[in-house]
Ligand binder design. Structure first.
Ligand SMILES: *Cc1c(COP(=O)(O)O)cnc(C)c1O
Length: 428
């Protein structure tokens, strides 16, 4: 494969954009080589500017559950574009999308739309603080909740890859209210509640995808619920990644536990910039203009973005077998990878829920961030390079989750496993 045009485009981009990319995970820092510049996406495939095609297991880092250039979503977007790009006034599309979400989630009476996952979580945290009149928050090592100041502490993927667990530019005054706990470790959460009587909320990725793919234990989530209730803290599920992806109802379709608040992003916009946060009315009514907690956005609920989200969500809801089908494909992939790794004598931990999957080059089961960090990242880099060369595009870090889209068929997955078999032998 030739990457000449990508290399040239990257050199040019670096002159005017820091690192040549607008989000650090897009740089191939931890796997080496040049980020591929993309010309177009079609179904399961990405095509780069050199004309190489790849089976895409990144899917824009989550949003595209049907694959690239889905015709239904494309049509809806074009129709919306023709009526105007933005009004800064309410449209019925917002109510329609909000109603769909409220209908799906028992724990949600009202939602507000924003333009990114970061914004959704940042606003949810403010609301949790405003509602409880408390300041501290508990987050888990390795969970990523966007790049807002108080959440950029031990924040997984991008932050791990770049070795800046908390970033310069974030005053410690702004993170002193952020208490850290260990994922799947109740003792560490209890410790936080012992140390602070001022905890507004516990925020968690119920199916973590930003330290690699690490699901939570059902019992752990249930105990979190109990502990939050006991102390009058809100439990927030950050489902920016897992929402509509792990299951139609995200983690709430997989586990029994119900959160007080949920944040969405990625799939909810079908590829356009949309985020949202929702909760029961008692909480949401504290938000301005009804309540005192301020939150706003010029492009929030943008009509074109709403059209994409609505088309995507309606298509997901209409297709009852979707998540079962996606999970079967995800399992076929990770079980095939595991088999191929075994043959080569490589230790690989694999997992999948719905259309999310992950694998760690690790001889132990990964339950938390510390475990994830013991994975063999050098071997991952070699795997990534080997697969890319053969036309398979995986996320460029050991600490990311992979995504199946509906446009992927079994032959693509089997071809991926066959390629991996060769690569594993090379890197064993
Ligand atoms: C991607 C992600 C975010 C941030 O969303 P952006 O749209 O990138 O701002 C927040 N939380 C989780 C769990 C995510 O996966």
């Amino acid at each position: 494969m030739q990457y000449k045009k990508s290399i040239k485009a990257y050199e040019k981009a670096k002159e005017v954009i820091p690192g040549g990319v607008d989000s650090p995970v897009r740089a191939f820092k931890s796997v080496g080589g040049t980020p591929l510049f993309i010309k177009k996406g079609e179904g399961a495939y990405l095509v780069d500017v050199d004309g190489n095609a790849y089976v895409d297991y990144v899917q824009s880092w989550g949003p595209l559950i049907f694959g690239h250039s889905d015709k239904t979503i494309e049509k809806a977007v074009i129709k919306a574009v023709k009526k105007g790009l933005s009004f800064g006034a309410p449209t019925k599309a917002e109510t329609k999308l909000a109603s769909l979400i409220c209908g799906l989630f028992e724990s949600i009476d009202k939602v507000r739309f924003v333009s990114s996952g970061t914004e959704a979580v940042m606003s949810a945290i403010r609301l949790a603080r405003g509602f409880t009149c408390k300041d501290d928050i508990v987050k888990f090592e390795g969970c990523y909740h966007g790049h807002s100041d108080s959440l950029l502490v031990q924040a997984g993927s991008g932050a791990v890859t770049f070795g800046t667990p908390s970033s310069p530019g974030v005053p410690s005054d702004l993170t002193k209210h952020t208490l850290l706990a260990k994922y799947n470790d109740m003792k560490s959460v209890k410790e936080c509640f012992k140390n602070s009587k001022n905890i507004a909320c516990v925020i968690i990725e119920p199916i973590a995808g930003n330290m690699g793919f690490v699901p939570s234990d059902a019992k752990f989530l249930q105990e979190l619920r109990t502990l939050c209730d006991k102390h009058g803290a809100l439990l927030i599920f950050d489902e920016v990644m897992s929402g509509f992806r792990a299951h139609l109802k995200g983690a709430q379709g997989v586990y029994e536990t119900k959160p007080d608040m949920v944040t969405f992003g990625k799939v909810i916009g079908g590829g356009m910039p949309v985020g949202a946060f929702g909760a029961r009315a008692e909480i949401m009514d504290k938000l301005s203009p009804d309540g005192p907690v301020y939150q706003a956005g010029t492009l929030s609920g943008n009509p074109v973005a709403m059209a994409a989200g609505l088309a995507s969500l309606e298509k997901i809801i209409d297709d009852e077998g979707l998540h079962v089908r996606l999970e079967a494909k995800a399992k076929r992939l990770v079980e095939g990878l595991k088999c191929a790794a075994d043959e080569a004598g490589i230790a690989l931990q694999v997992g999948a829920i719905g259309s999310m999957f992950g694998f760690f080059f690790n001889d132990k089961v990964v339950k938390n961030f510390d475990d994830a960090l013991t994975s063999d990242t050098k071997r991952f880099a070699l795997f990534h390079q080997g697969m890319l060369k053969r036309g398979f595009y995986f996320a460029c870090s050991q600490f990311e989750t992979g995504f199946i889209c509906d446009a992927m068929d079994e032959s693509m997955i089997d071809a991926t496993i066959e390629a991996a078999r060769v690569v594993f032998k090379e890197i064993a």
